[in-house]
Design a binder for this molecule. Structure first.
Ligand code: PBG
Length: 324
């Protein structure tokens, strides 16, 4: 036997030398949940360790994360039912608590990278990402709402907009709206291949944003499809996206790899709420080692080709990294 792969595994020093992939706090975007008010920090029941914060406490949490090296945050708002309507009009009310919070975060920490969510569902009385008429999601009229919300968020100082709605043509429509108003520096991270997934369950609890009827299968992708991700990605590249995102991450590592091998834009992956909660739940039962399972799954996302990882584990990862 001349070839013995085990030689390159014989000590930690050698294993470190031949290690092909490594994670850094710089790879992460930390998704956070915002509620109105002050002095609010409410744990999400289905996401132990993850909270809905009012802006005052969110600023403190962000500051703590920045001390650990996390420099990018994606903020999602949880709206009370009373502020929701069919057209999601609250989404571009300049005085709405989400936009005020984005403004305050960026003003307090100009050096951080602030990402926002563009979709109707947090503000929609139908709980859908688009306008609903006769039980159908109306694509082209939704684009106008998405553009208004994008402009409002850009105006609030957001660095990266994250259209998560999966309407056709939205990246180009938003890009044009931004450019026409002078927001040529505002980036777009497109949710390029966003699948109709069971793994969003805990997120919808966090935001009380579950669809009031039906499901999201007429706009989110069929988990059976890979080639369709190329159609979506071609469009996003042509329409001016700055990042291509795959979501969820772990059940779609092949899609991450496919986009990584096909496009030059940076690939992001969203390690979604259900992927977080699965590990948390089994670790709480003592069924697996939560830290190791976290590190292994984050590593697999990076190894498959994602440069950017949106993960609820971002802070925990940073804490473990610091101890090392
Ligand atoms: C909706 C949106 C969802 C997530 C991010 N934006 C849920 C959905 O499509 O119903 C899910 C994120 C997660 O599960 O962590 N625009």
């Amino acid at each position: 036997m001349h070839i013995r792969p085990r030689r390159n595994r014989k000590s930690e020093a050698i294993r470190n030398l031949v290690e092909e992939t490594s994670l850094s706090v710089k790879d992460f975007i930390f998704p956070m949940f915002l509620v109105d008010g002050t002095d609010q920090k409410i744990e999400v029941a289905s996401m132990p360790g993850i909270y809905r914060y009012s802006v005052d406490l969110m600023l403190k949490e962000i500051e703590e994360c920045m001390k650990l090296g996390i420099m990018a945050f994606d903020v999602f708002p949880a709206y009370p039912e009373a502020l929701k309507d069919k057209m999601a009009t609250e989404s571009y009310n300049p005085e709405t608590f989400y936009l005020k919070a984005l403004r305050e975060i960026k003003k307090t920490f100009p050096e951080l990278c602030l990402m926002s969510d563009v979709a109707m569902d947090p503000y929609s009385s139908d709980g859908h990402d688009g306008i609903v008429r006769d039980g159908k999601i109306i694509n082209d009229e939704t684009l106008e709402v998405l553009a208004r919300m994008s402009l409002a968020q850009a105006e609030a100082g957001v660095d990266i907009l994250g259209p998560s709605d999966m309407m056709d043509g939205r990246v180009g429509y938003i890009r044009e709206a931004l450019d026409s108003q002078g927001f040529t520096d505002t980036s777009i991270m497109s949710y390029t291949a966003k699948y109709a997934s069971a793994f969003y369950g805990p997120f919808r609890d966090a935001l009380d944003s579950a669809p009031k009827f039906g499901d999201k299968k007429t706009y989110q992708m069929n988990p059976a499809n890979a080639m369709e991700a190329l159609i979506e990605a071609d469009l996003d590249v042509a329409e001016g996206a700055d990042f291509l995102m795959v979501k969820p991450a772990l059940a779609y590592l092949d899609i991450i790899k496919l986009l990584r091998d096909t496009y030059s834009l940076p690939i992001a992956a969203y390690n979604v709420s259900g992927e977080y909660s699965m590990i948390k739940a089994s670790a709480a039962k003592g069924w697996l080692d939560g830290d190791r399972a976290m590190l292994e799954s984050l590593l697999s996302i990076k190894r498959s080709g994602a440069k950017v990882i949106l993960s609820y584990f971002a802070k925990e990862f940073a804490l473990i990294q610091r101890e090392k």
